[in-house]
Design a protein around this ligand. Structure first.
Ligand code: UD1
Length: 417
C-alpha cells in the first residue's frame, strides 16, 4: 500500500504546469466512439480513471496507445456494445459511454453504476433523456439493456443541470436524426471542452457553456488532434495548497475564468491571486482570514470538487467559515481525518463550520475519496510534523502525480511504497 509522507510547516515556492482535465478527457474518450478515424488527445492526463476508460475502449475492440503525453485512440475495430460489470464498477462516470455506444451501434448493454463514496449517484436523468430521444431501456438484475435503432432529435429538459447527463445526451444526440436541444444543460467548462472536441471532429453542436445546447445529429464525424483543457480542480487544489502553507506559486496553464469563484474566496481570505495569459500566480504571506459562507452549486457557482481542498486551506484561518454542500449528500468524509490533525470542524447535515485553529499537527490519515484525499495533502502542508496520507489510490484517480507537483512547488513530500 503506498502512502505519501508530507512534512509540513514550510512555505511553498515554485511552478508547475497544470495537467489536462480529468472531467474533460473522460467524456471525450467516450466521444471517440463517434468516429471510426484515429483521434489524438494531447495533454491527456495519465490517471487511474483514464486507464479505466482505456480498458473500456479496449473491451469494445478499440485501440489506444500512448505517444508521450498524447493518447491515440482508434475505434475502427469496435466489435462489441457491452461493458462488463467489473469495468463499470471501476469508474463511476463510465455511464457516459452509454450515449456514445448507442449513437454508434444502436444498442448497448452495461451494468448500473451503483452508489459511491459521495453518496447515491443516480443516472435517472441520463436514462430519461435517452428515452426521450427514442432509446428503449430495460433494467434487469442491475444490467441496462438499451436499444436505439433510430433515435430522433427533440427537446430534452433536464430536471437538474447534471454534468454527466448533459454529456451523455450530447453524445447520443450526435447519432440521432434531426435537431436535439438540451434545456437546463450543465454549463461547466468541461462541457464546452467536449463541444470543442466534437466540433473538431465535424459535429454540429453549439450552445455549450449556456443552459441550452443544440445538436444537429448525423453529421459525418472524422478524426482530429485535440488538446484537453487544463484541469481547474487540480489548479484549485494547488492554489489552496499555497494558501494553506503560505508562499508563492505559479500554475502554468491555469485559467482564472474557470476558477473565479475559488480565486474570489482565496482573495477574500487574504491571498494575492494574479492571473496572466500564461497561468495564475498566487502569493499568501499571512495567516488567512475566515470568509463568508461557501455554498457549492453547479457552474458558475462554487465547485463541489473544490470544497474539501478549500476547507483544508482554511483550517488555520482567523475566525469561522461556514460551508454548505449542495451537490452531493456525503461529501464531508474527509472531516474526521482532518480532525485527527487538530482541525476544528462541526458538521450538521449539509453544513460544516470550520473554526480556525492556531496549529495543526501531522497524523496518520486515510483518503476517503479523490478530493478528500487531496484535501489531506493540503492540510498536511500546513501541519507541524509529518503526516502519513494512506489509501492514496483515490488521489491517483484524478491527479497524475500529486507528489511530483507539490514537490515542484517546494513541498517536502515523498511517496513510499
Ligand atoms: C461530475 C463530475 C464530478 C463533479 C460533479 C458535480 C465528471 C466525471 N465528474 O459528476 O467530479 O463533482 O459533476 O460538479 O465530470 N443526479 C441525479 N440524477 C442523474 C444525474 C445526477 O439526481 O441522473 C444528481 C446527482 O446525484 C448530484 C447532482 O445531480 O446530486 C449533480 O450530479 P452530476 O452533475 O450528474 O455529477 P456527475 O456528472 O456524476
Amino acid at each position: 500500500m503506498t502512502q505519501l509522507l508530507i512534512k509540513g510547516g514550510g512555505r511553498l515556492k515554485g511552478e508547475v504546469t497544470v495537467q489536462g482535465a480529468k472531467n474533460s478527457v473522460l467524456p471525450i474518450l467516450a466521444a471517440t466512439l463517434l468516429t471510426k478515424d484515429e483521434v489524438e488527445l494531447r495533454a491527456c492526463p495519465r490517471l487511474r480513471d483514464v486507464d479505466a476508460s482505456i480498458r473500456i475502449l479496449r473491451g469494445l475492440g478499440c485501440g489506444a496507445r500512448w505517444e508521450g503525453d498524447s493518447l491515440i485512440v482508434s475505434t475502427s475495430g469496435l466489435n462489441a456494445w457491452g461493458i462488463s460489470d467489473i469495468l463499470m464498477r471501476e469508474m463511476r462516470s463510465s455511464a457516459i459511454f452509454l450515449g456514445a455506444i448507442l449513437a454508434r451501434c444502436g444498442e448497448a448493454e452495461l451494468s448500473y453504476p451503483g452508489g459511491c463514496e459521495l453518496g447515491p449517484r443516480p443516472i435517472d436523468l441520463h436514462l430519461s433523456g435517452l428515452r426521450d430521444l427514442g432509446a428503449e431501456i430495460r433494467e434487469s438484475g442491475g444490467v441496462l439493456h438499451c436499444k436505439a435503432p433510430r433515435m430522433e432529435g427533440r427537446e430534452v429538459v433536464l430536471g437538474i443541470p447534471s454534468v454527466g447527463a448533459t454529456e451523455n445526451l450530447m453524445l447520443a444526440a450526435c447519432g440521432a436524426s434531426g435537431v436535439t436541444s438540451i434545456s437546463n444543460a450543465a454549463r461547466e467548462p468541461e462541457i464546452v471542452d467536449l463541444q470543442n472536441f466534437l466540433q473538431a471532429c465535424g459535429a454540429r453542436v453549439s450552445g455549450a457553456g449556456t443552459s441550452t445546447i443544440t445538436i444537429e445529429g448525423k453529421a459525418p464525424l472524422h478524426g482530429c488532434a485535440y488538446t484537453v483543457m487544463p484541469d481547474r480542480i487540480v489548479a484549485a487544489t494547488y492554489l489552496c495548497a499555497c494558501a494553506a502553507a503560505g508562499g508563492e506559486v505559479f500554475l502554468r496553464g491555469a485559467r482564472e475564468t474557470h476558477l473565479s469563484t475559488v480565486t474570489a474566496v482565496l482573495r477574500e481570505a487574504g491571498c494575492t491571486v494574479s492571473p496572466d495569459g500564461a497561468g495564475i500566480a498566487c502569493a499568501c504571506r499571512e495567516r488567512l482570514n475566515a470568509v463568508r459562507p461557501v455554498r457549492t452549486a453547479p457552474y458558475p457557482g462554487f465547485p463541489t470538487d473544490a470544497q474539501a481542498v478549500l476547507m483544508a486551506a482554511l483550517l488555520r484561518s482567523r475566525g469561522a467559515t461556514v460551508f454548505e454542500e449542495n451537490i452531493f449528500e456525503n461529501r464531508y468524509r474527509h472531516v474526521d481525518e482532518l480532525t485527527r490533525m487538530g482541525a476544528g470542524i462541526r458538521v450538521s447535515g449539509r453544513t460544516a463550520v470550520v473554526t480556525g485553529v492556531e496549529a495543526l499537527h501531522g497524523a496518520p490519515v486515510y483518503c476517503t475519496d479523490l478530493r478528500g484525499g487531496a484535501a489531506l495533502c493540503v492540510a498536511a502542508l500546513a501541519a507541524e510534523g509529518t503526516t502519513q496520507v494512506r489509501e492514496t489510490g483515490h488521489i491517483d484517480r484524478g491527479y497524475e502525480d500529486i507528489a511530483r507537483d507539490l514537490g515542484a512547488l517546494g513541498a517536502d513530500i515523498a511517496r513510499e511504497a
